[in-house]
Design a protein around this ligand. Structure first.
Ligand code: AMP
Length: 328
């Protein structure tokens, strides 16, 4: 069975965009691959989070992933900083990474532009830490978005370079992949394109029914169709995308027919979306509450995940130490 590694940023709560754009494919992957999902708390240090928030943020995201259905019996879910072997590989990879190539990375340049007051070396070596996260399990596949493609190129380059320097066919070149399911972009309901934290337009999995209702009822619309069977403008298509993900096909068809014969009432459409989003969220929200209130359980799950990840990591590392010339 092929190995898949994916990092999860411990930033805030999950929203519907995260669920339908990422988490849902994790749920499928855990049935088909040997999966390692890790919460990237070391990576988050590039922006200096407050000490009191480090464990809290990791626990929040852990509780939410578990509530969504990530199953620790199927996938190994762990907190990055619990598996110290990653750091040793990070050091080895840094010894074979060149300053020029790191400085040329667009992700580095972008991050340096975003926080000019703190252009730290951690930002520069983000791609070697990411490569270490992947290569420590000798992963074949990494599910990533387009924004991470250059970092994946770097990971492949570091893997190849290691193999060349030591004349060993040791690391597989990790491939980026997305599952065959159609990739969805969950829109914002404010007409601003995609749903995202920085856009401030998210419906969170934690949102209760009333909060959801308020957010959905505020969705931007237009003055309505004037010609039968006309193409939907973006803001209306956005509402139909929601229907598509949370409602039944019959409901979708009902409103689609109403659009086509120009009898649609946006108020009714929004009410339906609000009800169906709430029905989707409610069981997940309840499970998030249960997990979040049981810190011992979260600690136990994280510990068991770390043990499994450690086992895989130390096996890789022993071979690497031997190849480099150290006592394994
Ligand atoms: P972020 O919360 O922005 O770090 O996003 C984490 C992952 O969630 C991304 O890499 C995407 O796979 C997914 N994602 C976030 N927002 C959306 C969205 N609006 N539509 C689809 N997928 C999304």
């Amino acid at each position: 069975m092929e190995t898949v590694v994916s990092g999860i940023r411990p930033t805030g709560n999950l929203h519907l965009g995260n669920y339908f754009g990422a988490v849902k494919s994790f749920l499928q992957m855990q049935n088909e691959y040997k999966c390692y999902f890790f919460i990237a708390d070391w990576h988050s240090l590039t922006t200096r989070p407050k000490p009191e928030n480090i464990i809290k943020s990791a626990h929040t995201i852990l509780a939410e992933y578990l509530a969504c259905g990530i199953n620790p019996e199927k996938a190994t879910i762990y907190i990055q900083s619990d598996v110290k072997e990653v750091l040793e590989l990070y050091l080895y990879l840094n010894m074979n990474a060149y300053l020029g190539e790191m400085e040329r990375c667009t992700t580095f340049k972008e991050k340096a532009r975003k926080q000019p007051e703190n252009v730290n070396v951690g930002l520069l070596t983000y791609p070697t830490l990411m490569a270490a996260d992947i290569l420590i399990h000798r992963a074949a596949k990494v599910p990533v978005g387009k924004d991470q493609e250059q970092n994946m190129e770097m990971a492949r380059k570091f893997a190849r370079r290691f193999n060349t320097i030591y004349e060993k066919d040791f690391f597989p070149e990790p491939q980026s992949f997305s599952l065959a399911t159609k990739s969805v972009k969950i829109p914002g309901l404010d007409g601003s394109g995609k749903m995202g934290k920085s856009e401030g337009n998210c419906i969170y999995l934690m949102d209760d029914t009333e909060t959801i209702r308020k957010k959905v009822m505020k969705a931007v619309t237009d003055s309505g169709p004037t010609m039968p069977n006309s193409e939907k403008p973006e803001v209306i298509q956005n509402l139909f995308t929601f229907l598509d993900i949370v409602s039944t096909k019959d409901t979708y068809d009902y409103f689609n027919d109403k659009w086509n014969d120009c009898s649609i009432r946006y108020g009714d459409l929004k009410k339906q979306i609000a009800v169906d989003v709430a029905a989707f969220n409610t069981p997940i929200r309840e499970r998030i509450r249960e997990y979040s209130s049981n810190v011992d359980l979260l600690n136990n799950i994280a510990k068991a995940g770390a043990e499994k990840a450690h086992e895989s990591a130390i096996n890789t590392l022993k071979e690497i130490r031997h190849i480099i010339g150290f006592h394994a």
